[in-house]
Design a protein around this ligand. Structure first.
Ligand SMILES: Cc1cc2nc3c(=O)[nH]c(=O)nc-3n(C[C@H](O)[C@H](O)[C@H](O)COP(=O)(O)OP(=O)(O)OC[C@H]3O[C@@H](n4cnc5c(N)ncnc54)[C@H](O)[C@@H]3O)c2cc1C
Length: 439
């Protein structure tokens, strides 16, 4: 795996990752042997900020060679492709043909398998749900080499366990996805400043009827009257017309740009990062690539780079407790001075996939990155978990690297319903940590 393709911001110890086993072509894929002490775990492009795609002492099933298109139906709006296909490549194929993915997360390198197994969401969750809502069928191979077709009608329980199942039920070989029609590659977008958290939440609630995509960048260093101040971006797909030229497809940044020896992530840099991105803009049209995927200089650039890597924290609080609970989370983050870059605040609707580790529920989610300062960062996140739990909220498992078994069980009381569907030879660093299972 080239460094440019890895997730350099994690700064993972190679020994903690497991060795790679590359897979090619879903019709020939045979899984290597694995067992409890040498587990298997599928991996896409390693874009999950957590450790759910790592198998210390075991084997990571590298799906990036499974990237063929199997079938495209331009009349009904369906596409079947292998699990290692990147979402950015799919969009580049689909949008000129008048179709898009109904759910687009914020990174083009995410693979179809990772999007299904993580049941990823976009900034239109209240209307579109999560990625799993649009999967009509998939094929799974398990460690006994048996293959399973899964859908809402065929092996429906295994299907439900696999969508959002974090790769624990077997390897997804390909998925058949329902698409959404679009009339052009552009969206109409506007951005509005919000003086504080209540204003941000109020604008998002009001905009829910008329705007499909909504997300606010939040200054996680602000306190007092400015606590939760932000910049709300909202958008809808638009038709043909006069639009700016499309941006080029982006390649990963060279590794040299993300590996300085010192950290620029300081208490002041979070605010600087927010202010640099905090530019209210008049309504206008924007190409889908620029809209969905933040420039890599923000995602992987020096203002967010830290030699020890990052921990990502994404919590979701129910509508009724969101303002008070998120206010407390933001206050503790601001006091700690330990965040990198702005937070992202967005609305969520009900979970519709029925996934066993389902994260989504009606309310508001807040995502932040924290430079990894070891124990101090873990203690801060445990403190935030207690606030989120008390508010009836939840944290996103696919991006977690810190939950312990008791907090995991508190957030996901039904987690054991996944056990009958889990492949006995599959386990990840995440799974071992949150279940306390030893090798
Ligand atoms: C810049 C950035 C922006 C992001 N934005 C969003 C966002 O807007 N919304 C969101 O929900 N998430 C977001 N994420 C997180 C990311 O979308 C998810 O964690 C996603 O699952 C990563 O996909 P991946 O292909 O890189 O898979 P990996 O990170 O390699 O794996 C993720 C999980 O999927 C499993 N998996 C991967 N492939 C398969 C397969 N073929 N079969 C079975 N299991 C498999 C792995 O075992 C693991 O549990 C973002 C991440 C980054 C870096």
């Amino acid at each position: 795996m080239g460094d440019g393709d890895q997730a350099p911001w994690k700064r993972l110890d190679p020994a903690a990752q497991g060795r790679f086993h590359a897979l090619w072509w879903s019709d020939r894929a045979v899984l290597p042997e694995g067992d409890k002490s040498r587990p298997l775990i599928p991996c896409g492009n390693g874009r999950s900020d957590g450790d759910c795609c790592l198998a210390p002492g075991g084997t990571r099933l590298d799906t990036r060679g499974l990237d063929r298109l199997r079938h495209f139906d331009p009349v009904r709006g369906r596409i079947a492709c292998e699990a290692g296909t990147r979402l950015g490549d799919l969009l580049d194929f689909l949008v000129p043909r008048g179709w898009t993915l109904p759910v687009v997360p914020g990174c083009p390198a995410i693979t179809v398998g990772g999007a299904v197994a993580g049941d990823v969401h976009g900034t239109n969750h209240p209307t579109a749900g999560s990625f799993g809502n649009w999967v009509r069928q998939l094929e799974l191979v398990r460690s006994d080499q048996r293959r399973w077709f899964c859908s809402a009608f065929e092996n429906p329980d295994l299907f439900r366990a696999t969508v959002g199942g974090l790769g624990l039920t077997g390897l997804i070989l390909w998925a058949d996805l329902e698409l959404k029609p679009v009339r052009s590659p552009f969206l109409t977008r506007e951005t509005l400043g919000c003086a504080g958290l209540a204003a941000c939440l109020g604008l998002i609630r009001e905009g829910g009827e008329s705007w499909e995509y909504q997300q606010a960048l939040v200054d996680v260093t602000a306190r007092g009257r400015r606590l939760g101040r932000g910049l709300l971006t909202r958008a809808n797909h638009t038709g043909p017309g006069r639009h700016p030229p499309p941006p080029p497809s982006r390649e990963p940044l060279p590794r040299a740009t993300v590996t300085p020896r010192f950290s620029l992530v300081q208490p002041w840099s979070g605010r600087l990062h927010f202010l640099l991105q905090h530019r209210p803009q008049p309504a206008g049209s924007v190409h889908y690539r620029s809209f969905f995927f933040a420039p890599e200089v923000w995602e992987y650039g020096p203002l967010r780079y830290d030699p020890q890597g990052f921990l990502h924290y994404h919590c979701l609080l129910p509508e009724a407790t969101a303002e008070a609970g998120l206010g407390e989370v933001l206050e503790r983050l601001a006091v700690s001075g330990r965040t990198a870059g702005p937070g992202r605040l967005g609305p969520f609707g009900a979970n519709r996939t029925g996934g066993l580790l389902a994260f989504a529920r009606p309310g508001f989610g807040l995502a932040v990155d924290l430079p990894n300062r070891g124990r101090a960062t873990l203690d801060l996140l445990a403190e935030l978990d207690r606030v989120v739990l008390a508010a009836g909220g939840v944290v996103e498992p696919s991006r977690d690297r810190q939950l312990d078994p008791s907090r995991f069980a508190a957030f996901f009381p039904g987690w054991e319903t996944l056990l009958p569907y889990r492949d006995p030879a599959f386990a990840s660093a995440f799974w071992r940590r949150v279940t306390g299972e030893s090798s």
